[in-house]
Design a protein around this ligand. Structure first.
Ligand SMILES: [Zn+2]
Length: 158
């Protein structure tokens, strides 16, 4: 079979809120505020999930895990990412690499980068070297109260 490749892009944002635990990349992070919204609000994993689903033409996270379905209200986003990776693998795809960018004021991602990389790679079942976690502060965007994540994934098979 001729080798094939697919690219997928994901984007997500969530607002910070007090009294909420902060989940990023599948790990809980010590921080005064967390990300409110669908499931555990893990903006990074939601973008990764959408990138995977986009690459295989399987809709988006809302298609598979509707936010109005009580079953998913407090679900861990790692469940979503594992499911999306399994769907891709079921069609014979391997993840060549994943590149991500977080855009947020706090917390600082530098000290967390390696832990995030290993966590996301573990959920995808690939080595850490295939995962990139980058971070920017939202200069000039006026989005200090939110976290934004972008993800791009490349799949290959054959
Ligand atoms: Zn989300």
């Amino acid at each position: 079979m001729k080798p094939e490749i697919r690219i997928g892009a994901g984007w997500d944002s969530h607002a910070f809120a007090p009294g909420v635990r902060l989940w990023l990349g599948g790990i809980e992070i010590e921080h005064p505020q967390g990300l409110a919204g669908h499931s555990d609000g893990d903006v990074l994993l939601h973008a990764v999930c959408d990138a995977l689903l986009g690459a295989i033409g399987e809709g988006d996270i809302g298609t598979h895990f509707p936010p109005d379905d009580a079953k998913w209200r407090n679900a861990r986003s790692s469940v979503f990412v594992r499911h999306a990776a399994q769907l891709a693998r079921g069609e014979g795809w391997e993840i060549a690499n994943l590149d991500t960018t977080l855009i947020l004021e706090q917390p600082r991602i530098g000290p967390l980068r390696e832990a995030l990389r290993e966590s996301v790679a573990g959920l995808l079942g690939i080595e850490g070297g295939r995962v990139s976690i980058k971070a920017k502060t939202p200069e000039g965007l006026g989005t200090a109260g939110a976290a934004i994540a972008q993800a791009t994934v490349l799949l290959q098979r054959g």
